[in-house]
Design a protein around this ligand. Sequence first.
Ligand code: NDP
Length: 315
Amino acid sequence: MESSTTEKVNCLIIGSGPAGYTAAIYASRAGLNPVLYQGIQPGGQLTITTEVENYPGYPDGIQGPEMMVHFEKQAKRMGADIRYGLATKVDFSSQPYKVQIDDEKWMEANAVIISTGASAKWLGIESEQRLNGYGVSACAVCDGFFFKGKEVAIVGAGDTAAEEALYLSKICSHVHMIVRRGEMRASKIMQQRVLDTKNITVYWHSETDEVIGDKKVEAVRIKNNQTGSLKEIPVSAFFVAIGHQPNSDIFKDWIDMDEAGYIKTIPGSSKTNIEGVFASGDVQDKIYRQAVTAAGSGCMAALDAERYLSEKGLH
Ligand code: NDP
């Protein structure tokens, strides 16, 4: 580790979703002078969603990306140092803790708040990977526009899939929704909206056999998992909306996690197994995963960090 590429800060926040920005707001106001690295997707998952109707304080709803601009502005106004950059490696063996940014510069911090969120899951079939970016996408809101007036398919049956199917139904001529069981996991209201939408067809008990196309998506072949029958549906795009996985890989040698990679925190706090390292937001929450719960846990992390630094005489 060369000293010329090392910077020391009091409180380092990794990630820029509702959790990271809220931690930055609270840590700034507490005088911790936080530095926040935004990661690969500044603003996090809300930047690839449409309307957010359930975040308190926005009675008319708000677009996800716009909401994250508000979060960032507020954190900056409070004095947080917000930077582009991806945490690529950590060394939590001793204080101050070390976090490498973009495989280059090392940051040293007395307290670290991990708010790295979660990322989209993929089916894991060859054709999905081969045609990724050529009609295969995990973000209807980002890429739906390119398939205006076309027929498209979406796989998944949670709130994300329902929300994205509805979004696509407004842009595309028809949406074919592939559901692996005989029911959806999505909330009742979202399911009803999907079923009430004329240009969405739901294929129950169906799995994706193959995404068909040479250079771009031309069709999807689905398999009924009860009868084994195959069906080919001509589509121009294939959207994957089957959930998320926590972005916790770089911490796995140091931080306790569950089998799915969600960081374990001490109940009722944001504390991890390492003193002075805190976790907030979707990287430690597989149950609620809402913007408002992430923001709440970001607040907890900043308060826990402040208390820790005070107790250590570092603040
Ligand atoms: P979920 O984990 O809730 O749902 C994933 C869906 O994908 C499930 O229906 C699952 O099927 C299906 N699935 C998983 N793997 C496969 C596979 N290999 N092949 C086919 N289907 C598969 O994830 P979401 O991203 O939808 O939602 C995450 C959380 O965020 C939830 O708590 C949700 O309520 C919340 N959310 C809330 C929104 C809102 O309030 N506006 C909007 C979006 C999300 P199965 O059911 O059979 O397991």
